[in-house]
Design a protein around this ligand. Structure first.
Ligand SMILES: Cc1cc2nc3c(=O)[nH]c(=O)nc-3n(C[C@H](O)[C@H](O)[C@H](O)COP(=O)(O)O)c2cc1C
Length: 334
């Protein structure tokens, strides 16, 4: 038997397998099944301000169509207004009362004021922590990287000021200096960082000459990016790191822990293998620990980070360059 307890965002988790925010958590039943399968925690899919705005627009349109058909309809219709985040919050509350495991609410808003407003509303549902799902695709050529970073940090700071729950920020891997961003988040007083958000990229169909938006699941090759950054930053940041993207099997979870993550967040693998796969991830980590004579996670967490790794520390920073050199040598010899 091995002890799988871990700490993430200051929360005690019974194991490091965390269900990432996704459509899986749209149903309370699925959340209960994840708990039954033994998840350490679950991040509920994001409350998206954009979706609320879209629904408000649709409702206004539907009401104004009715009102235009009959002049008297303006007074005839009872005044109907969109409940904004109420539906989402109601179902987060239901999920909270249906489960015992740590639940983390997730938010993606647009304006700074609404980030704070919705974060406070989510905090009131009884969730144990908040994940700020911050992403934007910055295509404005007048906006500098510094402007973009400042906007994000201002939002996080204003949420931090108003919400006392543990907060993690889910960031993109596309910052010029990932370490510096994480340092600034640390200074603001957040508790964790999720590395990284995965953006759905548009696809082009050359036959039909169309741009497509297809949902694709991640592949295990994609976990190398978070693995590198977690491995580089372990021991340098006070933030609890969650590794996310491309984690499919128990051995992937083990790799994240060896690099220094507190938890591994999974989504795609659960869509592909079912929610019950959580149980095999947890079991597989425990089996690995027993096989390697580890009694608890702290005995090996971060063991292969850049700070602790006894091999060449350059592997984390220049792996690409080294691989290139080595493959050239092989090529020259053959
Ligand atoms: C169908 C689906 C819905 C998702 N919805 C959300 C969401 O609401 N909020 C969020 O922060 N991430 C969302 N994600 C992203 C996941 O949380 C995760 O970051 C990403 O899928 C990478 O992890 P994976 O490789 O295990 O899939 C979603 C992913 C999928 C596949």
């Amino acid at each position: 038997m091995a002890e799988l307890l871990t700490k993430y965002m200051g929360l005690e988790l019974k194991n490091p397998v965390v269900v990432a925010a996704s459509a899986l958590s749209s149903k309370v039943d699925n959340i209960v099944r994840a708990e039954e399968a033994g998840a350490g925690a679950l991040v509920i899919r994001s409350l998206f301000e954009e979706q609320i705005r879209h629904e408000i627009g649709q409702l206004d349109e539907a009401l104004s169509q009715g009102a235009e058909s009959y002049a008297e309809a303006l007074s005839y219709f009872p005044s109907i207004s969109h409940g904004e985040a109420k539906e989402h919050l109601f179902w987060v509350e239901r999920s909270r009362s249906a489960t015992q495991m740590p639940l983390i609410g997730s938010l993606n808003a647009v304006s700074q004021g609404n980030w704070v407003k919705y974060a406070k509303q989510l905090a009131d549902t009884g969730v144990d922590g908040l994940e700020l799902n911050y992403y934007s695709v910055e295509a404005d050529m007048q906006r500098s990287g510094a402007d973009v970073e400042k906007a994000m940090l201002d939002i996080v700071a204003s949420v931090r000021q108003e919400v006392s729950l543990p907060i993690a920020v889910k960031i993109s891997p596309f910052y010029t200096s990932v370490g510096h961003i994480i340092k600034q988040l640390e200074d603001i007083g957040v508790n964790g960082v999720v590395m990284f958000n995965r953006f759905l990229q548009p696809e082009i169909d050359p036959e039909r000459e169309e741009v497509l938006h297809e949902m694709t699941y991640s592949t295990s090759a994609e976990m190398r990016v978070p693995l590198r950054w977690v491995g580089l930053l372990y021991g340098r940041t006070k933030l609890d790191m969650a590794s996310n993207t491309g984690i499919m099997e128990a051995r992937d979870v083990v790799k994240c822990l060896l690099a220094g993550a507190c938890v591994a967040q999974v989504a795609s693998t659960l869509f592909q293998n079912g929610i019950g796969h959580v149980a095999s991830l947890v079991r597989g980590v425990e089996e690995w620990m027993v096989a390697h004579n580890y009694g608890n996670i702290s005995e090996f967490r971060g063991k292969l980070s850049q700070a602790k790794f006894e091999g060449d520390p350059v592997m984390y920073e220049r792996a690409q360059y080294l691989d290139f050199l080595m493959s050239r040598q092989r090529w020259v010899k053959s």
